[in-house]
Design a protein around this ligand. Structure first.
Ligand code: ZN
Length: 198
């Protein structure tokens, strides 16, 4: 079945395992990579390896970082008593971009989804609970407003409530005028400011 070369087939196969990449796109990418100078392909390959080898989870908040502690956790100016719980490092990055949140984060790397068979043990929840034995005033749950995000928020709030720590949930944002970037930031800040106690 190797129309061209076993090497190309292997590359197409690997690329097609990436999220959002179907067989056709994988083939297009493979031919593109091969058409490039060898150094370019080497740079691509080595940046994949470098990222995979050097990026790890922050010991504290579980976000992706190349140090033991991420820049937010190691920043003495951040309020360690306020923890915002997000689903992904991308969600964290969105809030960081607003520049208005002074607390720290906890990245779950997913959300509870009974439909997909993702339970509480499949996300970084134990790590969050371990952090709560320290000095924490508030946990802001900023999971998505999807079914999974809401399920996760409810689950976490039930876990935390007995500890007496304040648990809040961000409001679902309403977009206001401006360009996309601003809409996102304003929406995020409104959602944060409009958080309610659970
Ligand atoms: Zn961290």
């Amino acid at each position: 079945m190797d129309y061209f070369s076993g090497y190309i087939s292997a590359l197409v196969e690997q690329l097609s395992h990436l999220p959002g990449i179907g067989p056709k796109t994988a083939q297009r990418l493979a031919f593109y990579i091969i058409s490039q100078p060898a150094e370019k392909a080497e740079r691509l390959a080595s940046s994949i390896l470098d990222a995979r080898r050097n990026v790890r989870y922050c010991k504290n908040c579980c976000t992706l970082t190349d140090e033991e502690l991420c820049p937010v956790c190691s920043n003495p100016k951040r309020d360690k008593k306020t923890i915002m719980v997000v689903e992904t490092p991308r969600d964290q990055a969105a809030y960081e971009k607003t520049g208005k949140y002074g607390g720290v984060y906890h990245v779950l790397h997913g959300a509870i989804s009974p439909m997909l068979g993702i339970g509480p043990d499949d996300i970084r929840l134990k790590e969050l609970m371990a952090r709560l034995s320290g000095d924490v005033d508030e946990v802001i749950i900023a999971t998505n407003s999807s079914l999974e995000g809401e399920t996760t928020a409810m689950y976490i709030s039930r876990l935390i409530k007995p500890t007496g720590i304040r648990v809040t949930r961000i409001a679902s944002g309403v977009p206001v005028g401006g360009d996309l970037e601003n809409i996102d930031e304003v929406t995020l800040l409104r959602a944060l400011e409009g958080r309610r106690q659970l």
